[in-house]
Design a protein around this ligand. Sequence first.
Ligand SMILES: [Fe+2]
Length: 173
Amino acid sequence: MVEISDIEQIFSEELNWIKDKNLRKKVVEVWKKASDRGGWKTLDKVPFTLLFENSGVLTDHTKRITHLAKAVMDQRDEKLNNDYLIAGALLHDVGKLLEYDVVDGKVVKGEYGKKFRHPVSGALLAKECALPDDIVLIIYAHSHEGDKCERTPESFIVHHCDFIDFHIRKSLV
Ligand SMILES: [Fe+2]
């Protein structure tokens, strides 16, 4: 079972960028709930993506996106909600823990994941855990599902940072 302390350790640097301690705790809670519900014993077996081979580990991708999002945030003069941006970046792919199943030692898209892609399942879980709607939107709208949404600035940042990482990794395999 993945423990709260494991999640806090993996994302220790990024969690500290969230000023609101209660929000920081909720981000960890969502990861914990997704790990338990997805039946994961360890997070280092969860791949970034199934769309190409050897994509690496999801938590590493999550850290890269959060660092990219912070780098954009630090360059902007507009008043952005930094806590929401970092929390949204940390949670944008948490639904993958529910989207994937392990069959014969191989990670595949599960039945639930076929119905609800990770932006949807992640947003539903964040909503269930009472995260603010602006963070739920960052999760829901980070991929194509959000093309029909009115994205916020924070949501645009995570959306574009995610695709920067996806395309770079995909082009190098
Ligand atoms: Fe992602």
